[in-house]
Design a protein around this ligand. Structure first.
Ligand SMILES: [Ca+2]
Length: 334
């Protein structure tokens, strides 16, 4: 039996005991001693050129956060009907804070709209729904949350492990100390709550200071949200979503969960489903149903609505963004 086997066995055993005791911070249970740590470190060294000692040190500084595991296990927003969900986000407070945010950052928002085609009101509303315009960007060390979810949350370990890889690449590229970056329990960062992979793909240096910083730099945050939507295919000037008139009962199989618009309005018309907005028959749409204050609400998602669901897959999320943006824009334009 080789020495390395004994060594790794001891390390694993120590980890298991510490985990079993439920210790959230325990010197002997740092993540560099987790049974999966070796493979992770190997990958970072071989595929991404990190130094082994450096990687081991970062993992040893990562702390298991039980509150992260509790938060991820909580039921999602799906549980709420639209009529209640809407009231959480389209509020007088959030509208007024949005108007104030727009006033404070008008130049940057105007420029973002010009270069991306995404209306300033939509950018403001996304920041409003995500973090209340930067008020709630999250106080977890992303190093802790992503390591905890990668190594101790099997249901989505693959996803979070890939985000942890991206996180180390991102901090190296942006010259950030991994233990200094804060975010949500799920590792989303900054005003717009970008995951590390989105940070690397879509975040931009919008104020031209040479750094991409969506955590502290509002201009970068604004430009990055606009760029994210642009890259996912936002169509300048395109309608986002429209109410639909529907003859109930609806034939089976017409409602969509994934809102990629693939059905023409002409096809919908043949099934007695009409768009309230006047649009060409060739327009592609996706019908969805929500439970509103007055019962069933039928909506037709168009391309730009689908693009918002690339930010967050929930239909209710996207509609809350649209309706908050309408309220903010109406007040702003007064
Ligand atoms: Ca910048």
């Amino acid at each position: 039996m080789g020495k390395s086997f004994v060594h790794s066995f001891t390390r694993s055993a120590r980890w298991i005991v510490a985990g079993w005791l439920g210790l959230s911070v325990c010197a002997s249970a740092d993540y560099s001693q987790h049974p999966q740590a070796n493979a992770f470190v190997d990958e970072m060294v071989k595929q991404h050129g990190f130094k082994r000692e450096e990687m081991v040190q970062w993992l040893s500084r990562a702390e298991r956060q039980q509150s992260v595991l509790d938060a991820i296990a909580r039921p999602a927003e799906k549980a709420k009907p639209w009529k209640d969900y809407r009231k959480l986000f389209v509020t007088t407070d959030r509208i007024q804070q949005g108007v104030a945010f727009w006033r404070d950052h008008a130049a940057s928002l105007t420029r973002a709209e010009r270069v991306s085609g995404v209306p300033a009101g939509i950018i403001v509303a996304i920041l409003g729904v995500e973090t209340r315009y930067g008020r709630n960007t999250g106080n977890y060390r992303v190093l802790d949350s992503l390591t905890t979810l990668s190594f101790d949350y099997p249901p989505r370990a693959d996803f979070f492990r890939s985000q942890l890889v991206e996180f180390f690449l991102m901090t190296r590229e942006q010259k950030l100390a991994p233990d200094r970056v804060l975010g949500s329990y799920a590792g989303a960062m900054g005003f717009g709550q970008f995951m590390p992979s989105s940070y690397r793909k879509f975040a931009v240096d919008f104020d031209g200071d040479g750094e991409i910083d969506i955590v502290n730099d509002i201009d970068d945050a604004i430009g990055s949200v606009a760029n994210y939507l642009k890259e996912y295919g936002w169509q300048r000037g395109g309608l986002i979503v429209t109410k639909a008139q529907v003859k109930e009962p609806l034939p089976d199989g017409l409602l969509r969960e994934v809102l990629e618009p693939v059905t023409t309005l002409a096809d919908y018309k043949r099934k007695s489903i009409a768009s309230v907005a006047v649009l060409p028959d060739s327009t592609l749409a996706a019908l969805f149903l929500l439970d509103g204050d007055n019962g069933n609400e039928y909506w037709l998602a168009l391309n730009n609505f689908y693009v918002i669901t690339r930010y967050n897959r929930s239909q209710m999320y996207a509609l809350a963004v649209v309706q908050l943006s309408e309220e903010i824009t109406a007040q702003w334009s007064r």
